[in-house]
Design a binder for this molecule. Structure first.
Ligand code: 9D3
Length: 254
């Protein structure tokens, strides 16, 4: 069941970063996911193809008008209905939204289709929510210029969860956050670079020792840098022992 993502955006050309490169580009080419774009400008009827106007009440910036967005969202929903999907979830990428994390990615990845709305300017006419109930999703507390990059961030994360989207080298289960921990340090050739040696355990050929070292480093780094991630994540006996070992080795105790 190929997921379908319909994106309502004034700048569909920006999405080539997602559609033409890397893991996401390959997944789209291989039809593991279907993307369609709907440009609100194509749903205007004035000769200037106007999609924005000045905010009632005054103030700086412009607001996306209800009608072109309404028609674009309706066109996306109609296309999905024809494909047998009757109640697609709508996601408005918005600074006011719930902050994206891997839990929300996995929840949205279960949907057969999503309609994503990328905003621009100061935002969209509030009356759109009455006709099109939407979940609002932010990608973090910093100011961007629009919802296109957030929509690409969300779709990149969604596509990585599709079985077969990742190559052999990669693995969804090895993604940082997949097990709720930060990643371990990585090394490659040469064995010594500017006097710095790779950890001998990684060259030992002992897969069990390598796996234990990596888990220990992941636990240690999470404890040092992102203790919040360990709050809701009980540690197994082995994990607790490895973390204690890390703290003894780094002198980072208590
Ligand atoms: C400077 C404009 N601000 C006025 C007080 C509000 C504002 C409007 C529109 C701030 C940013 C934007 C455009 N941002 C997005 O559409 C957006 C976004 C973001 O800026 N940060 C994190 N996640 C997201 S999702 C969509």
């Amino acid at each position: 069941m190929t997921p379908q993502y319909h994106v309502v955006t004034l700048f569909p050309a920006l999405f080539t970063a997602l559609t033409e490169y890397g893991v996401s580009g390959r997944a789209i080419r291989n039809k593991l996911v279907e993307l369609k774009f709907w440009d609100p400008r194509d749903f205007t009827s004035d000769s200037y193809r106007t999609v924005d106007d000045r905010p009632f009440g005054g103030g700086p910036g412009m607001v996306l008008m209800a009608e072109p967005l309404d028609l674009a969202l309706t066109a996306a929903k109609t296309a999905l209905r024809r494909a047998g999907i009757t109640q697609p979830r709508l996601v408005y990428l918005s600074p006011q939204g719930r902050t994206l994390n891997q839990t929300l990615v996995e929840e949205l990845a279960r949907e057969p289709a999503l309609v994503l709305l990328a905003g621009r300017y100061e935002g969209i006419d509030e009356r759109l929510f009455a006709r099109h109930p939407m979940a609002e999703v932010s990608i973090g507390d910093y100011v961007l210029s629009g919802g296109e990059l957030p929509a690409m961030v969300l779709m990149d994360a969604l596509i990585r969860t599709i079985p077969g989207a990742l190559g052999h080298a990669d693995s969804a289960s090895e993604d940082s956050f997949a097990d709720g921990l930060l990643d371990c340090p990585h090394y490659t050739r040469p064995e010594v670079y500017l006097g710095g040696e790779a950890p001998p355990v990684l060259l030992s050929g002992n897969h069990g020792d390598v796996a234990r070292w990596r888990l220990k480093q992941g636990l240690g780094r999470t404890w040092q840098r992102r203790p919040d991630l360990l709050q809701g994540r009980p540690l197994s006996r082995e994990e607790q022992n490895l973390l204690d070992e890390f703290r003894r080795e780094t002198g980072d105790t208590v």
